[in-house]
Write a protein that binds this ligand. Structure first.
Ligand SMILES: C[S@@+](CC[C@H](N)C(=O)[O-])C[C@H]1O[C@@H](n2cnc3c(N)ncnc32)[C@H](O)[C@@H]1O
Length: 257
């Protein structure tokens, strides 16, 4: 997925508050003070800039030059010079071995190939390094969740298996820690307005659905069917509702073989 064309409007769309960003930063440094930080999928740097300010060193890696150029502007405004690397994380990261104490990704690891991700993490991590993955979660009984459930059911009916974020992440955590279990912590929560029709509309132009590349006709047909089924279940989809969201960080100490 290419984020170049989202870069300028990205921060506004994601809409994390300063409070959430500080909570993420403070929690990560409570795990590993004075860390040499590597952030994968650093994007526009709205979290990364805070990490760069406090870290012993900070490197942000992202495939999108558009996202990184917003990060560079942000860093220049703050008088900081983080190392920013434009690279595809599914290929060689170009980061020296055993050079990181904290490897962090916010809403990104599920987009990457789990085996390559695990092997690069093991290579760049120093002894005792932490792997941390941040994600936004929503309650299981929310309409947001309901739309995903309907989408996944329709994909399965068409013979496609929806990609589950949690499963691919568990695989990575397990392989970098010799099968160990990770710990989870909600560091911030908030409520925001949510319009189901807008969420469905964003799927119309999205590349792929739940990690599956579909023929265009089928993609469009599934989006239409999600709309129909969701209307039958939830009523008027154009009405804004309150959506509770949580930022959770899953983390583990990496065990190098
Ligand atoms: C959903 S955004 C998350 C950005 C930011 N970390 C956040 O929490 O909002 C995913 C980011 O990962 C980057 N990305 C996606 N696939 C990538 C890949 N294969 N290699 C490197 N970066 C990638 C995108 O360019 C984008 O900046």
């Amino acid at each position: 997925m290419n984020f170049d064309n989202q870069a300028q409007a990205y921060d506004q769309r994601v809409g994390f508050t300063g409070e959430t960003i500080s909570a993420i930063r403070d929690f990560l440094f409570s795990l590993k003070p004075e860390a040499r930080v590597l952030e994968i999928g650093a994007g526009t740097g709205f979290v990364g800039i805070e990490l760069a300010e406090k870290a012993a060193s900070y490197t942000g890696l992202d495939a999108s030059e558009g996202m990184l150029s917003v990060f560079r502007e942000r860093a220049a405004e703050r008088g900081l010079k983080p190392t920013l690397v434009q690279a595809d994380a599914d290929k060689d990261w170009g980061i020296p071995g055993s050079s990181c104490d904290l490897i962090f990704g916010s809403r990104v690891f599920h987009l990457l190939e789990p085996e390559h991700l695990s092997s690069e993490i093991l290579r760049v991590a120093d002894q005792g390094a932490i792997l941390a993955s941040g994600n936004v979660l929503r309650p299981k009984d929310s309409v947001h969740h309901g739309l995903r459930r309907i989408l996944h059911q329709l994909l399965r009916e068409e013979g496609y298996e929806p990609k589950k974020k949690k499963e691919s992440l568990s695989k990575v955590f397990s392989s970098v820690s010799d099968g160990g279990n990770y710990t989870s912590k909600v560091v911030s929560e908030w409520t925001r307005p949510f319009v189901p029709a807008d969420a469905i509309a964003s799927w119309e132009h999205k590349h792929g659905l739940a990690g599956n590349d579909l023929p265009e006709d089928l993609h469009n047909a599934i989006v239409v069917r999600v709309k129909e089924k969701a209307t039958a279940e939830f009523g008027d989809l154009t009405k804004a509702m309150e959506l509770r969201e949580f930022y959770q960080i899953d983390f583990i100490t990496i065990i190098k073989p």
